[in-house]
Design a protein around this ligand. Sequence first.
Ligand SMILES: CC(C)(COP(=O)(O)OP(=O)(O)OC[C@H]1O[C@@H](n2cnc3c(N)ncnc32)[C@H](O)[C@@H]1OP(=O)(O)O)[C@@H](O)C(=O)NCCC(=O)NCCS
Length: 226
Amino acid sequence: MDYLISILIILLAIFVIKLVLIWVIFYADVRAAQKRDPAAKSFLEVILLYPGLHALIYHRIAHFFYRLKLFFLARALSQIARFFTGIEIHPGAIIGKRFFIDHGLGVVIGETAIVGDDVLLYQGATLGGTGIVQGKRHPTVGNNVVIGAGAKVLGNIVIGDNAYIGANAVVIKDVPPNSTVIGVPGRITKQDGKKMDISLDHARILDPIMQAIEELQDRVKNLEKK
Ligand SMILES: CC(C)(COP(=O)(O)OP(=O)(O)OC[C@H]1O[C@@H](n2cnc3c(N)ncnc32)[C@H](O)[C@@H]1OP(=O)(O)O)[C@@H](O)C(=O)NCCC(=O)NCCS
Protein backbone atom coordinates (compact mmCIF):
# COMPACT_ATOMS: atom_id res chain seq x y z
CA MET A 1 0.00 0.00 0.00
CA ASP A 2 2.82 2.38 0.96
CA TYR A 3 4.45 1.47 -2.33
CA LEU A 4 1.31 2.45 -4.28
CA ILE A 5 0.95 5.74 -2.41
CA SER A 6 4.61 6.58 -3.14
CA ILE A 7 4.06 5.96 -6.85
CA LEU A 8 0.95 8.15 -6.83
CA ILE A 9 2.82 10.96 -5.06
CA ILE A 10 5.70 10.72 -7.57
CA LEU A 11 3.25 10.84 -10.52
CA LEU A 12 1.47 13.82 -8.99
CA ALA A 13 4.80 15.58 -8.43
CA ILE A 14 5.81 14.96 -12.08
CA PHE A 15 2.44 16.32 -13.22
CA VAL A 16 2.77 19.46 -11.09
CA ILE A 17 6.38 20.03 -12.22
CA LYS A 18 5.25 19.65 -15.85
CA LEU A 19 2.48 22.19 -15.32
CA VAL A 20 4.84 24.68 -13.70
CA LEU A 21 7.41 24.21 -16.49
CA ILE A 22 4.78 24.80 -19.19
CA TRP A 23 3.55 27.81 -17.27
CA VAL A 24 7.03 29.32 -16.96
CA ILE A 25 8.53 28.43 -20.37
CA PHE A 26 5.43 28.89 -22.51
CA TYR A 27 3.79 31.69 -20.51
CA ALA A 28 3.41 33.99 -23.54
CA ASP A 29 1.78 31.24 -25.64
CA VAL A 30 -0.61 30.29 -22.84
CA ARG A 31 -1.59 33.94 -22.32
CA ALA A 32 -2.13 34.34 -26.08
CA ALA A 33 -4.53 31.37 -26.11
CA GLN A 34 -6.38 32.79 -23.13
CA LYS A 35 -6.65 36.23 -24.73
CA ARG A 36 -7.63 35.00 -28.20
CA ASP A 37 -10.33 32.54 -27.12
CA PRO A 38 -13.27 34.17 -25.34
CA ALA A 39 -14.34 30.68 -24.23
CA ALA A 40 -11.14 30.11 -22.23
CA LYS A 41 -12.01 30.29 -18.55
CA SER A 42 -8.72 29.69 -16.78
CA PHE A 43 -4.97 29.25 -17.18
CA LEU A 44 -5.26 25.61 -16.06
CA GLU A 45 -7.97 24.87 -18.62
CA VAL A 46 -5.79 26.30 -21.41
CA ILE A 47 -2.70 24.37 -20.31
CA LEU A 48 -4.49 21.05 -19.91
CA LEU A 49 -7.20 21.08 -22.56
CA TYR A 50 -6.15 23.17 -25.55
CA PRO A 51 -4.84 21.04 -28.45
CA GLY A 52 -3.57 24.17 -30.23
CA LEU A 53 -1.31 24.95 -27.29
CA HIS A 54 -0.16 21.33 -26.98
CA ALA A 55 0.72 21.19 -30.69
CA LEU A 56 2.66 24.44 -30.35
CA ILE A 57 4.63 23.18 -27.33
CA TYR A 58 5.51 19.97 -29.20
CA HIS A 59 6.49 22.10 -32.19
CA ARG A 60 8.78 24.40 -30.19
CA ILE A 61 10.64 21.31 -28.91
CA ALA A 62 10.62 19.58 -32.34
CA HIS A 63 11.92 22.75 -34.00
CA PHE A 64 14.79 22.86 -31.48
CA PHE A 65 15.81 19.33 -32.54
CA TYR A 66 15.30 20.22 -36.22
CA ARG A 67 17.79 23.06 -35.86
CA LEU A 68 20.24 20.60 -34.31
CA LYS A 69 19.73 18.54 -37.51
CA LEU A 70 18.14 15.70 -35.50
CA PHE A 71 15.50 15.42 -38.22
CA PHE A 72 14.12 11.99 -37.31
CA LEU A 73 13.57 12.90 -33.67
CA ALA A 74 12.04 16.25 -34.69
CA ARG A 75 9.67 14.58 -37.15
CA ALA A 76 8.76 11.88 -34.63
CA LEU A 77 7.72 14.57 -32.11
CA SER A 78 5.70 16.35 -34.77
CA GLN A 79 3.89 13.08 -35.59
CA ILE A 80 3.17 12.40 -31.92
CA ALA A 81 1.66 15.89 -31.70
CA ARG A 82 -0.39 15.15 -34.81
CA PHE A 83 -1.65 11.88 -33.28
CA PHE A 84 -2.83 13.59 -30.11
CA THR A 85 -4.06 16.92 -31.50
CA GLY A 86 -4.89 16.44 -35.19
CA ILE A 87 -2.59 19.38 -35.94
CA GLU A 88 0.43 18.81 -38.17
CA ILE A 89 3.21 21.39 -37.93
CA HIS A 90 6.38 20.42 -39.75
CA PRO A 91 9.32 20.82 -37.36
CA GLY A 92 11.10 23.04 -39.89
CA ALA A 93 8.37 25.72 -39.81
CA ILE A 94 9.36 28.94 -38.06
CA ILE A 95 6.60 30.10 -35.73
CA GLY A 96 6.60 33.51 -34.03
CA LYS A 97 5.61 34.52 -30.53
CA ARG A 98 2.11 34.26 -29.06
CA PHE A 99 0.88 31.96 -31.83
CA PHE A 100 -2.51 30.37 -31.26
CA ILE A 101 -4.46 27.66 -33.08
CA ASP A 102 -8.12 27.66 -32.04
CA HIS A 103 -9.91 24.26 -32.06
CA GLY A 104 -7.07 22.96 -34.16
CA LEU A 105 -8.18 19.80 -35.92
CA GLY A 106 -6.93 19.59 -39.50
CA VAL A 107 -4.41 22.44 -39.35
CA VAL A 108 -1.34 21.78 -41.53
CA ILE A 109 1.78 23.97 -41.59
CA GLY A 110 4.52 23.12 -44.09
CA GLU A 111 8.26 22.87 -43.63
CA THR A 112 9.30 26.24 -45.07
CA ALA A 113 6.41 28.26 -43.68
CA ILE A 114 7.34 31.33 -41.64
CA VAL A 115 4.74 32.69 -39.25
CA GLY A 116 5.06 36.10 -37.54
CA ASP A 117 4.02 37.14 -34.04
CA ASP A 118 0.44 37.16 -32.69
CA VAL A 119 -0.96 35.01 -35.50
CA LEU A 120 -4.25 33.15 -35.03
CA LEU A 121 -5.26 30.07 -37.05
CA TYR A 122 -8.61 28.31 -36.93
CA GLN A 123 -9.29 24.65 -37.53
CA GLY A 124 -8.60 23.26 -40.99
CA ALA A 125 -6.32 26.14 -42.02
CA THR A 126 -3.43 25.11 -44.25
CA LEU A 127 -0.13 26.86 -44.89
CA GLY A 128 0.94 24.55 -47.68
CA GLY A 129 2.85 24.22 -50.92
CA THR A 130 1.37 24.21 -54.42
CA GLY A 131 3.23 21.15 -55.71
CA ILE A 132 6.49 19.27 -55.56
CA VAL A 133 8.85 22.24 -55.56
CA GLN A 134 12.17 22.39 -53.74
CA GLY A 135 13.33 25.25 -51.52
CA LYS A 136 11.03 27.86 -49.99
CA ARG A 137 7.59 26.68 -51.04
CA HIS A 138 5.27 27.61 -48.18
CA PRO A 139 3.81 30.99 -47.16
CA THR A 140 5.40 33.71 -45.09
CA VAL A 141 2.76 35.12 -42.77
CA GLY A 142 3.18 38.57 -41.22
CA ASN A 143 2.37 39.71 -37.70
CA ASN A 144 -1.12 39.83 -36.25
CA VAL A 145 -2.70 37.83 -39.09
CA VAL A 146 -5.88 35.77 -38.68
CA ILE A 147 -6.43 32.76 -40.94
CA GLY A 148 -10.03 31.51 -40.87
CA ALA A 149 -11.36 27.99 -40.59
CA GLY A 150 -10.58 25.82 -43.62
CA ALA A 151 -8.62 28.54 -45.42
CA LYS A 152 -5.86 27.32 -47.73
CA VAL A 153 -2.84 29.57 -48.12
CA LEU A 154 -0.58 27.98 -50.69
CA GLY A 155 2.86 28.55 -52.14
CA ASN A 156 5.78 30.85 -51.43
CA ILE A 157 3.61 33.94 -50.96
CA VAL A 158 3.58 36.73 -48.40
CA ILE A 159 0.58 37.53 -46.23
CA GLY A 160 0.99 41.12 -45.00
CA ASP A 161 0.68 42.23 -41.38
CA ASN A 162 -2.83 42.48 -39.90
CA ALA A 163 -4.39 40.58 -42.83
CA TYR A 164 -7.59 38.61 -42.29
CA ILE A 165 -8.05 35.49 -44.42
CA GLY A 166 -11.74 34.52 -44.38
CA ALA A 167 -12.99 31.02 -43.65
CA ASN A 168 -12.54 28.64 -46.61
CA ALA A 169 -10.68 31.17 -48.76
CA VAL A 170 -8.03 29.83 -51.12
CA VAL A 171 -5.09 32.23 -51.37
CA ILE A 172 -2.28 31.68 -53.86
CA LYS A 173 -1.04 35.25 -54.32
CA ASP A 174 0.53 37.82 -52.01
CA VAL A 175 -1.87 39.64 -49.72
CA PRO A 176 -1.10 43.28 -48.83
CA PRO A 177 -1.09 44.35 -45.17
CA ASN A 178 -4.36 45.32 -43.45
CA SER A 179 -6.56 43.47 -45.97
CA THR A 180 -9.44 41.05 -45.67
CA VAL A 181 -9.51 38.26 -48.26
CA ILE A 182 -12.42 35.90 -48.93
CA GLY A 183 -13.49 33.38 -51.56
CA VAL A 184 -12.02 31.00 -54.10
CA PRO A 185 -9.78 32.26 -55.54
CA GLY A 186 -9.20 34.79 -52.78
CA ARG A 187 -10.20 38.39 -53.42
CA ILE A 188 -9.74 41.47 -51.27
CA THR A 189 -12.96 42.82 -49.79
CA LYS A 190 -11.46 45.29 -47.34
CA GLN A 191 -8.19 47.20 -47.19
CA ASP A 192 -7.11 49.71 -44.54
CA GLY A 193 -10.66 49.64 -43.19
CA LYS A 194 -12.25 50.49 -46.58
CA LYS A 195 -14.58 48.08 -48.35
CA MET A 196 -13.59 47.03 -51.87
CA ASP A 197 -13.76 44.04 -54.16
CA ILE A 198 -10.67 43.27 -56.19
CA SER A 199 -9.05 40.04 -57.26
CA LEU A 200 -5.65 39.19 -55.81
CA ASP A 201 -3.69 40.54 -58.70
CA HIS A 202 -0.51 42.41 -57.81
CA ALA A 203 -0.78 45.16 -60.39
CA ARG A 204 -4.28 46.11 -59.32
CA ILE A 205 -3.59 45.91 -55.62
CA LEU A 206 -0.64 48.24 -55.90
CA ASP A 207 -2.43 50.69 -58.21
CA PRO A 208 -5.38 52.38 -56.47
CA ILE A 209 -5.45 55.09 -59.19
CA MET A 210 -6.18 52.47 -61.85
CA GLN A 211 -8.90 51.09 -59.63
CA ALA A 212 -10.48 54.56 -59.27
CA ILE A 213 -10.32 55.05 -63.08
CA GLU A 214 -12.05 51.70 -63.64
CA GLU A 215 -14.78 52.68 -61.18
CA LEU A 216 -15.26 56.00 -63.04
CA GLN A 217 -15.39 54.15 -66.39
CA ASP A 218 -18.15 51.91 -65.00
CA ARG A 219 -20.11 54.95 -63.82
CA VAL A 220 -19.75 56.67 -67.23
CA LYS A 221 -20.95 53.49 -68.95
CA ASN A 222 -23.99 53.36 -66.67
CA LEU A 223 -24.76 57.04 -67.30
CA GLU A 224 -24.43 56.52 -71.09
CA LYS A 225 -26.88 53.63 -70.89
CA LYS A 226 -29.40 55.87 -69.12
C1 LIG B 1 -14.01 37.30 -43.74
C2 LIG B 1 -14.39 37.67 -42.33
C3 LIG B 1 -13.14 38.06 -41.61
C4 LIG B 1 -15.43 38.79 -42.28
O1 LIG B 1 -14.85 40.02 -42.42
P1 LIG B 1 -15.75 41.35 -42.36
O2 LIG B 1 -14.92 42.39 -42.94
O3 LIG B 1 -16.28 41.54 -41.00
O4 LIG B 1 -16.87 41.00 -43.39
P2 LIG B 1 -18.46 41.05 -43.26
O5 LIG B 1 -18.94 40.10 -42.21
O6 LIG B 1 -18.88 42.48 -43.15
O7 LIG B 1 -18.87 40.46 -44.67
C5 LIG B 1 -18.56 41.14 -45.86
C6 LIG B 1 -19.05 40.29 -47.01
O8 LIG B 1 -18.22 39.12 -47.13
C7 LIG B 1 -19.03 37.95 -47.03
N1 LIG B 1 -18.22 36.97 -46.29
C8 LIG B 1 -17.80 37.06 -45.02
N2 LIG B 1 -17.01 36.03 -44.71
C9 LIG B 1 -16.93 35.25 -45.83
C10 LIG B 1 -16.25 34.04 -46.11
N3 LIG B 1 -15.50 33.44 -45.21
N4 LIG B 1 -16.37 33.54 -47.37
C11 LIG B 1 -17.13 34.16 -48.30
N5 LIG B 1 -17.81 35.32 -48.07
C12 LIG B 1 -17.69 35.85 -46.85
C13 LIG B 1 -20.28 38.39 -46.31
O9 LIG B 1 -21.37 37.56 -46.61
C14 LIG B 1 -20.46 39.79 -46.84
O10 LIG B 1 -21.00 39.70 -48.13
P3 LIG B 1 -21.95 40.88 -48.72
O11 LIG B 1 -21.11 42.14 -48.72
O12 LIG B 1 -22.29 40.41 -50.09
O13 LIG B 1 -23.10 40.96 -47.78
C15 LIG B 1 -15.10 36.55 -41.58
O14 LIG B 1 -16.41 36.34 -42.10
C16 LIG B 1 -14.39 35.22 -41.56
O15 LIG B 1 -14.44 34.42 -42.49
N6 LIG B 1 -13.71 34.98 -40.43
C17 LIG B 1 -13.05 33.74 -40.15
C18 LIG B 1 -13.35 33.36 -38.73
C19 LIG B 1 -13.37 31.86 -38.52
O16 LIG B 1 -12.82 31.09 -39.28
N7 LIG B 1 -13.99 31.47 -37.44
C20 LIG B 1 -14.05 30.10 -37.09
C21 LIG B 1 -14.42 30.03 -35.64
S1 LIG B 1 -14.68 28.39 -35.17
